[in-house]
Structure formats: C-alpha cells, structure tokens
Design a protein around this ligand. Structure first.
Ligand SMILES: [Mn+2]
Length: 410
C-alpha cells in the first residue's frame, strides 16, 4: 500500500496553430504561436513543483505529422527534464499522433515509457506498486472497443487504465475506440486516465474515469481553464482529483445582449466591462475573446452599415492592455436583429391581402389542405374542421397571423 501523486494530461497537440484569428494591429502573434509549447512548459514545471511520481499523457501529444523535427525535439527535451527530476513519464498515441500519422519517431530516453502499438500491455512502477495498462493507436481510426483485451489488474497494486477514446460519443468529437462506463468499470482498475475529449470532465468516481481536457485551448470552442489533473493517492485509494491550469492563453466568448442599450457608446461601455471581467478571470493570462452582439435593437442597421464599430471595439481591447495581460479579439459578430417597423408590418399585411385574393395561391393552399385532411385518422370528421365542403379555414389563419404580427410590434 503506497501513497503518491501523479499528473494526468492529454491532448497537448503540440505546435498546432490557434485557429480562427483575424490579423490586426495589437494581436500578440508570437505569444499565440508558442502557446502550446508554453502550456507544456507549465505542465512540466507543475510536475516538478508538486513532486509527482509520474506523468501520464493519454494521447494526442502531437496534432499530426510534424512540420520538422523541432516539434518532437521540444517534446523530448521537456519530458527529459522530468526524467532528470526523477519523475517517470508514460505516454500513449491517440488518433492525432497514431503510428501511421506521425512520419517518424525519436528515440526515447529511459524513464519515458510509450505504450505498444501492437497489443495492450502493462507498465509496472515497482517502487510504488502502480500498474498502468494501455495500448497506443497504430492507425488513426480505431472503430472498435479496445478495452476487452486490456490486461487483468495486478492484485494489491494501484491499477490505472490509459486510453484514448470518445467513450460513448461526445458531441463534436469523432468516435474513436468507443466504450462505456460499464465496460471500463468491469476492468476493476482504480483510475481510468482518458484522452481525446477536449472538455475537462470527471465522468465517474467509482472507478475514477477522467478526461483532463485539452492542455491549451486552440480556438473559440475551447474556452475557459485548460490543463491537467493532479491525482493524490493514499493507501491505494484516490484522495483527490484536482484540476491544475496549464494554459497560457485563455479563450473567452463574450455575448452581449444590447437590446436595452441606446447608442454605440453604451455598447462600447458594456463591452469594456465584460472584457475587464474576462481579464480578471484569466488570472494574468492573455485572453482571446470573441464578442458577439445579440438582441433586437434599432442599432442593428448602423452596426451592419459600418465596420468602424469593430475598430472601436479593438481600440477598447487595446486600451485594457497593461503590458502583461492583454486581451485580443478573435472575431466580432453582429447577431442583432432589427425590430419590425410599422412599414414592414404594413408591407406584410399588403402582401397577405394580395395572396388571399389570388386564386392560384388559394388553389395551391387547397391542395395542401387536401393532403392534410387525407392524412387525418378516420375518426376525425372533416366537417368538424370546416364550415362547409368548399370553405377552407383561410380567413381564420390569415387573421391569426395578422394578430401575431401586430402583437410583436407592440
Ligand atoms: Mn484525439
């Protein structure tokens, strides 16, 4: 029975670009370019600071084949620092860094263990009696559940399953090595160190099934704190699973409903407050924000007519830069709508009246009604829905529509 701590991370996607940024003056490009490397630096620093026994990287260390060897060399240099500090490293390949995807591999120094591509295997840390079970992806697309062939737990030891998986399906994440909480639980391991799903999530506490999430958010759908999980084990029992932030750039989606604002100055003021809040939340990190304006407003037309407000908003962002904690704008979205005007209503009403007096239009409607009636179950009498054989309920429909339109304007 031993006590130790370890770090569980996944989805580093080293050197993958941060996406969706439009270039403009004031965008900290250099900082953005190196974000995934600096997040890895933080992970390494935390591992050393926290004196963990080992680090698990559960797949997608790389985003795909390297542009050049420097990506792989940076990873090896970083992990070697842990080895020198006496911290073991256990890595696994996922879909993005499957054997068939990464054109070449660099030799790994002793102290870094990489799960086999051929079959599930057990890596044993004898001194602390920890058994890690796992298998790397050979091909990018793994469609079958990999867990049935995972080894039996080592009795009396602390057992960890390492797996890159979409579990039973997670929204936008493609299906890889599908499995369920039940199949994972049936292996009788103590902790499942998963990777692939980029949103941090503790799926289950008995056993622990954990996605640490992406190490550094890379686009506007990866907002909020990103990093790794610090796991504390005492007498072979997990005491705590604590998220630790490793990201150096924080993505934030700021949605502002401007329905109640009167002019663009008010919009800028509201945006400033929200940006200040995002910066305060980011704890010294650079923030990349998308600002989306919503709501039904008379400002809609002027927002559409000019792009000046976008420059104004960028200017607000730039003015918040204290020199160490900038906020950059990824994109500005105008999703406001214009309130219906009396003119629009009048136009609609005229169009409706015109249609109702158009015999051709009435004929097509009659066909629709005919289809509707023929689809009704036999027990519904046609006569209960129509005043007489040749009168469709058109007047009722059009006056109901008129009433709705007038109602929305008031
Ligand atoms: Mn993946």
């Amino acid at each position: 029975m031993s006590s130790f701590r370890f770090l569980h991370a996944a989805d580093i996607h080293l050197d993958s670009p941060l996406r969706g940024l439009s270039r403009y003056e004031g965008l900290p490009l250099e900082e953005i370019r190196n974000a995934t490397r600096r997040a890895l630096d933080r992970l390494i620093a935390i591992a050393i600071e926290e004196k963990v026994s080992f680090l698990i990287l559960a797949g997608d260390l790389y985003d795909g084949s390297w542009q050049d060897a420097s990506t792989g060399l940076y990873m090896m240099k970083s992990l070697s620092r842990l080895v020198h500090a006496g911290i073991r490293v256990i890595t696994l390949s996922g879909n993005h860094d499957a054997q068939s995807v990464i054109a070449r591999e660099l030799p790994r120094p002793a102290g870094i263990d990489h799960f086999s591509y051929d079959a599930p295997e057990t890596i044993r840390l004898e001194d602390i009696q920890v058994a890690l079970h796992g298998q790397s992806f050979r091909e990018r697309h793994v469609r079958k559940d990999m867990t049935p062939t995972y080894p039996e737990p080592v009795s009396g030891w602390f057992n960890i399953g390492v797996l890159h998986t979409s579990l039973s399906g997670y929204g936008e994440h493609e299906t890889y090595a599908p499995c369920s909480v039940e199949t994972l639980a049936s292996k009788h391991y103590d902790y499942w160190a998963l990777g692939h799903v980029h949103a941090r999530q503790i799926v289950c506490h008995h056993p622990w099934i954990v996605f640490p999430g992406v190490l550094q958010g890379r686009h506007i759908r990866e907002t909020g704190t990103c990093g790794a999980m610090l796991v504390s084990v005492e007498n072979n029992t997990v005491q705590s699973v604590t998220p630790v932030a490793c990201d150096v750039i924080r993505w934030s989606h700021i949605v502002i409903d401007i329905a109640d604002l009167h002019d663009l100055d008010d919009v800028m003021h509201a945006a400033r407050l929200r940006m200040e809040h995002a910066l305060a939340q980011a704890d010294g990190r650079t923030v990349i924000a998308r600002v989306t304006l919503t709501g039904t407003t008379t400002l809609h037309d002027s927002l559409c007519a000019s792009t000046c407000w976008q420059d104004d908003l960028r200017s607000v962002a730039v003015s918040l830069d204290t020199g160490q904690n900038p906020i950059a704008l990824e994109k500005l979205r105008n999703k406001t709508t214009s309130p219906p005007t009396t003119n629009t209503l009048h136009d609609l009403d005229t169009a409706l009246s015109k249609l109702m007096s158009d015999p051709e239009f009435i004929a097509t409607l009659s066909d629709d009604f005919e289809m509707f009636f023929s689809a009704l179950p036999g027990c519904v009498e046609r006569s209960s829905l129509m005043a007489d054989e040749n009168s469709w309920p058109l007047e009722e429909a059009s006056s109901a529509l008129r009433a709705r339109l007038m109602g929305s304007a008031s």
